[in-house]
Ligand binder design. Structure first.
Ligand code: ADP
Length: 309
């Protein structure tokens, strides 16, 4: 499957990146990409639009300098990310096209999500309506259902990892902290990096953690989308962890948040992972069933509330 967008665009004199390939007949050849618009930067990576000169199509190109991958652990983490991400194929997961390297960098080519992430939406909107939360979380749950069936835990669900396409579809991305469950009942012990909506069992560490950490993040994310700030936010990390362990969060009284929304968030944010609902149970809660979930949101909602709210 190809993730190239068919949109045509001309770049003037941006750098050209060359990929060495072997043709089907065994002959060596070169594929050229023009590095276009800067899309964003992560830990070590910078992401740009890549314009493939042969196919005249656009894709997202993540550039990782090899100097950032000198430590074995950093290399191993990247290989883990690539191995997991390239095995995934779902309409709500950012498509992984392929990767290649030259002397300086590793290039990962990904499905282009032109409408950025929910992080930018929240920066503009502060908070979004319940209908919009239904729309986005429904799609996130489809992605998680696929992931968990394929024995993958994402472990870093956050606004900045929820990408939006030109069609306003939500796509889960960034598998940098993801883990494959190797056998039924396996409990993971470590997470390298700091997940945003960290679950209490990860902080505690004693009993290990599994798929339920993603469910926890869905609850914390729903709260954030409706309220405009994370549920356990505090002055420092220690206080945040304390708030998580003691479930200290509350809905601001001045906001009109429905009892159905409060109920499902309360059901999800349980300290004991076994008490949290399954993905299907979340979708059959009144918050998701009381009205039909919209099939599409207008692109205007990236910046302003929907007109009927
Ligand atoms: P890292 O894994 O190093 O954190 P990310 O994958 O989060 O890097 O990418 C950094 C930024 O690049 C994102 O916040 C986003 O703005 C942009 N970006 C990443 N992937 C895409 C994509 N597929 N389409 C469009 N923009 C992207």
């Amino acid at each position: 499957m190809s993730w190239f967008s068919s949109k045509k665009k001309e770049f003037s004199d941006e750098p050209i990146i060359q990929e060495r390939i072997i043709k089907v007949n065994g002959d060596p050849a070169v594929k050229s990409y023009r590095r276009g618009k800067f899309l964003g930067k992560g830990g070590f990576a910078k992401v740009y639009e890549f314009y493939c000169q042969e196919s005249k199509e656009l894709i997202a190109g993540k550039i990782l300098p090899k100097t950032a991958l000198i430590k074995a652990r950093a290399r191993q983490k990247l290989m883990n990310e690539i191995k997991i991400h390239r095995s995934l194929h779902h309409k709500n997961i950012v498509g992984f096209d392929h990767y290649f390297e030259d002397g300086e960098n590793i290039y990962i080519l990904l499905e282009l999500c032109t409408n950025q992430t929910l992080c930018e939406v929240m920066r503009r909107r502060k908070r979004i309506t319940e209908i919009e939360v239904q729309y986005y979380i429904f799609q996130l749950i489809q992605a998680l259902r696929y992931l968990h069936t394929h024995k993958v835990i994402h472990r870093d669900i956050k606004l900045g990892n929820l990408f939006i396409t030109d069609q306003m579809e939500l796509k889960l991305g960034d598998f940098g902290l993801a883990a494959k469950v190797e056998f039924d009942g396996e409990r993971k012990r470590t997470i390298c990096g700091t997940p945003n909506y960290i679950a209490p069992e990860v902080i505690d560490g004693r009993q290990g953690h599994s798929y339920e950490v993603d469910i926890w993040s869905v609850g914390a994310l729903m709260f954030t989308l409706l309220v405009g700030k994370a549920p356990f936010e505090a002055v420092d990390l220690h206080s945040t962890y304390q708030n998580i362990k003691t479930l200290s969060y509350s809905f601001p009284e001045h906001l009109k948040i429905s009892k159905e929304a409060k109920m499902i968030i309360g059901d999800i944010l349980k300290v004991d992972p076994a008490e949290r609902p399954s993905l299907d149970q979340i979708l059959s809660s009144p918050f998701f069933t009381r009205n039909p979930i919209p099939k599409q949101l207008p692109a205007s909602t990236l910046a302003v509330p929907p007109s009927n709210s």
